[in-house]
Design a protein around this ligand. Structure first.
Ligand SMILES: [Zn+2]
Length: 70
C-alpha cells in the first residue's frame, strides 16, 4: 500500500469530518479528480487528487478491485 495510492472502493477517514458529522468515505471515482461518497449521509463530493491526499487521514480498507464499484 503506497502512501499516495488511491483505489476505487477504498474506505478512507478524513482529517476534517463532513458537516453531517461523518468522517468516513468510499472512493467511487479515481483519476485527476477523486469522488467520495460520505458513508454517514450518502452525499458525494469531488476533490482534486492533491486536496484529497491532504485531507485523507487513513485508509481503513481496500479491495483493489477496480471493477467492484458496488
Ligand atoms: Zn456526510
Amino acid at each position: 500500500m503506497t502512501e499516495d495510492g488511491v483505489y476505487l472502493g477504498d474506505v478512507v477517514r478524513t482529517r476534517k469530518p463532513h458537516p453531517c458529522g461523518g468522517d468516513t468515505w468510499t472512493v467511487i471515482r479515481t483519476g485527476a479528480d477523486i469522488k467520495l461518497r460520505c458513508l454517514t449521509c450518502g452525499r458525494i463530493v469531488m476533490l482534486d487528487r492533491v486536496a484529497f491526499l491532504k485531507r485523507r487521514k487513513a485508509t481503513l480498507s481496500r479491495t483493489e478491485q477496480p471493477e467492484n464499484n458496488e
